[in-house]
Design a protein around this ligand. Structure first.
Ligand code: B1M
Length: 208
């Protein structure tokens, strides 16, 4: 099993999309849980490439090919991400303005869909006005905001304030690598989750 997990991590790191898909499938066939594949192979690969980027050993093209391989692997996992408990309700999510990171948000979306939520994904680099307009149009039960940069997470309080001006009862949850529970509380969010699995649990909790 460890061999498969190591293989997935390596395939993502070197951006081998076909190998990643095959090995994720092999892992599932061998009885590995989707969460284990995610937490013990796929996420560590992204952390590793991020550290290599920080230390100057990897560059943007390497981040991009690793991200593509990660996304292909996630597609294989997607049908297996359903939870035992079914959620219900409409969730709308997007990554804040100035931020094009999509993988974390996509994973949260997949887990929520797997758990029975209907999810409207309004994409990345979403301007505050677009969040408000989309909120007005869809009136989701939960709005999810994602941010991956310490700079762009500063947009979160602004989006929350603007959406609450539209609907003071809007239920809003936030997440992304630099976001913390403290930051979420200070921003006025109703919920925070550190990862996609917790995000699904938190959305259920907020709707119950
Ligand atoms: Co960028 N990047 N990146 N990047 N990138 C980071 C985030 C960074 C930490 C890398 C580093 O320096 N070590 C760093 C940010 C530093 C900081 O601000 N703190 C960084 C930087 C600096 C940049 C650029 C500025 C680089 C440059 O151009 N010089 C640039 C910015 C572009 C922009 O947005 N304007 C940039 C660009 C890119 C790529 C486009 C090349 C690519 C993204 C491709 C894509 O997403 N389609 C990329 C990547 C791949 C990364 C790393 C390596 C991986 C991110 C990722 O996908 N992680 C990342 C390093 C790292 O994370 N260690 C890095 C895997 C993913 C599953 O985890 O996104 O954390 P994550 O999501 C988790 C949780 O956070 C949570 O659940 C998810 C799943 O469990 N979560 C939520 C996320 N959203 C949530 C919402 C919720 C709840 C939970 O509720 C609504």
């Amino acid at each position: 099993m460890q061999e498969i997990l190591d293989g997935i991590k390596h395939a993502i790191l070197v951006g081998e999309e076909e190998d990643t898909k095959k090995l994720v499938g092999d892992g599932l066939d061998a009885g590995l849980e989707p969460r284990q594949i995610m937490e013990e192979a796929m996420m560590p690969a992204m952390e590793d490439i991020g550290e290599r980027f920080s230390s100057g050993e990897a560059f943007i093209p390497e981040l991009i090919v690793a991200a593509e391989a990660m996304q292909r692997g996630m597609e294989v996992l997607k049908p297996h991400l359903g939870g035992a408990e079914r959620g219900s309700g409409l969730v709308m999510m997007g990554t804040v303005h100035g931020d094009i990171h999509s993988i974390g948000k996509n994973l949260v979306r997949m887990c929520m869909e797997g758990a029975g939520f209907e999810v409207i994904d309004i994409g990345e680099d979403v301007k505050t006005e677009k969040f408000v307009a989309a909120y007005r149009e869809h009136r989701p039960d939960v709005l999810g905001l994602s941010a991956l940069l310490s700079s762009t997470m500063q947009r979160i309080p602004e989006v929350i304030e603007a959406v609450r001006a539209e609907d003071k009862n809007a239920v809003i949850m936030v997440g992304g690598a630099p976001v913390t529970q403290d930051f979420a509380d200070q921003s006025g969010a109703d919920g925070y989750a550190p990862n996609a699995f917790e995000a699904t649990r938190k959305a259920r909790e907020l709707l119950s």
